[in-house]
Design a protein around this ligand. Structure first.
Ligand code: DX5
Ligand code: ZN
Length: 215
């Protein structure tokens, strides 16, 4: 079954706890939390304090997407705050191997993400030590952008490598995902759909999540 990871970037920030409870009730698998620093991306969202305060509201895994420069400075804090998956950006980090090791040493799952302009070859050598590859299908920074189908060959390449080597890991796509683009991404090899707008704007969130599960 496809995993659905709604992004709380599209939630009502004045009541995030309630929004997270609602996502759990409506069938979400993971809670996708977009952390932006205003440097790696031109937007600022939430920090480790907010993640910590949201932790009691759900038992669902927190899928923390760090769009921050030099993420090595903060992985311990997000781990302590209750993240389950901690994903860093290839473009934002000069010491990827040691950060992945750090994340694992905290007992957490380690993810690596690539922006649209970054080729799959930039992360190939890490595929045997990550738990999640997050392929951005928009330029990171904002919700509500249009899906970039030109990023999909990277999903196909990653899926082939995983299958050829018997790796057990997830491939997530993030940005502009709705039922139609999600369907294409899953048929290309994605196993997790991260989405903000399409989930929060759905007339019936439960039904929307449920039909994504079957993509
Ligand atoms: C964008 C974030 C996404 C964002 C997706 O930088 O990483 O997770 O919330 O939003 P939608 O689904 O609206 O494109
Ligand atoms: Zn994200």
């Amino acid at each position: 079954m496809v995993k659905v990871a709604p992004s709380i970037l599209s939630a009502d920030f004045s009541k995030l706890g309630d929004e997270i409870k609602r996502l759990e009730r409506e069938g979400a698998d993971w809670i996708h939390i977009d952390v932006m620093d205003g440097v790696f991306v031109p937007n600022i969202t939430i920090g480790q304090g907010v993640v910590k305060s949201l932790r009691p509201f759900t038992v669902l895994p927190f899928d923390v997407h760090l769009m921050i420069t030099k993420p090595e400075r903060y992985v311990k804090e997000f781990s302590d705050a209750g993240a389950d998956y901690i994903t860093i950006h290839q473009e934002a980090c000069d010491c990827i191997d040691s950060v992945l090791d750090d994340i694992h040493s905290f007992g957490k799952k380690a993810g690596l993400s690539i922006s649209p302009e970054t080729p799959f070859s930039a992360v190939e050598s890490y595929m045997d030590k990550i738990d999640l590859l997050l392929v951005m299908t928009v330029h990171p920074g904002f919700g509500g952008q249009a899906f970039m189908s030109e990023c999909l060959p990277k999903v196909a390449d990653a899926r082939k490598m995983i299958n050829d080597n018997g790796y057990s890991m997830e491939i997530s796509v993030d940005g502009g995902i709705n039922y139609d683009t999600g369907k294409i991404a899953v048929s290309t090899g994605a196993s997790v759909l991260a989405a903000g707008s399409a989930i929060f704007k759905a007339k019936d969130m439960k039904m929307e999540i449920s039909r994504w599960h079957d993509l």
